[in-house]
Write a protein that binds this ligand. Structure first.
Ligand code: THU
Length: 177
């Protein structure tokens, strides 16, 4: 340990105060490496991108959830001529789940996309606003949401809980609710 110089000692002490955030996720080369159930859900997400309304971005996103009670619910992004009015697939999905099956925990959500402009050969992950919405649903149902992320082909990421995607999250705990 280089403690001879005072500056070196100071940087060592600062290092001790630093904290690290990290999480683990699984990476698969393609859908063929998934379990039958996960492969089925991802295929549904890939297919439902067809239902997206994305005339402005041409970026069609599909999200499909399997719930604790076995029900399956899908969502796609719905854009608007007034751009900020558009909603991501994940939040369309969460709104539907919460309405059709209130308070039923979500086991897993698969997210995929399709675009005329970019290759759909790698996973995308939920935007910041959707991460906040996913975390709210996890907190509400006291149950982790597994995420399967992939394009129409190529690598698949599996993340154990949406919470991993939002460090230092602001949650209902802060509001004492
Ligand atoms: N989008 C989603 O629906 N989900 C994501 O995870 C990322 C982005 C949508 C929003 C917009 O309609 C289009 O993709 C381009 O950003």
């Amino acid at each position: 340990m280089p403690l001879r110089k005072p500056e070196a000692l100071l940087s060592y002490l600062l290092l001790l105060m630093e904290h690290k955030y990290e999480f683990q996720y699984e990476v698969f080369n393609d859908i063929s490496e998934l379990s039958e159930d996960d492969a089925w859900l991802l295929t549904e997400a890939r297919e439902v991108t067809e239902q997206a309304y994305a005339p402005y971005s041409n970026f069609h996103v599909g999200a499909v959830a399997i719930l604790e009670n076995g029900e399956v619910v899908a969502g796609t992004n719905q854009e608007n001529a007034s751009y900020p009015v558009g909603i991501c697939a994940e939040r369309v999905l969460l709104g539907s789940v919460a309405t059709i099956h209130p308070d039923v925990p979500i086991k897993t959500i698969a997210v995929s996309y399709n675009s005329e402009e970019v290759k759909s050969d790698h996973p995308i992950s939920p935007c910041g606003m959707c991460r906040q919405a996913l975390l709210e649903y996890e907190t509400r149902t006291k149950s982790p949401i597994r995420l399967i992320l992939s394009g129409q082909e190529g690598k698949v990421y599996i993340i154990k809980t949406a919470r991993f995607l939002l460090p230092f999250a602001f949650t209902s705990d802060e509001l004492n609710k």
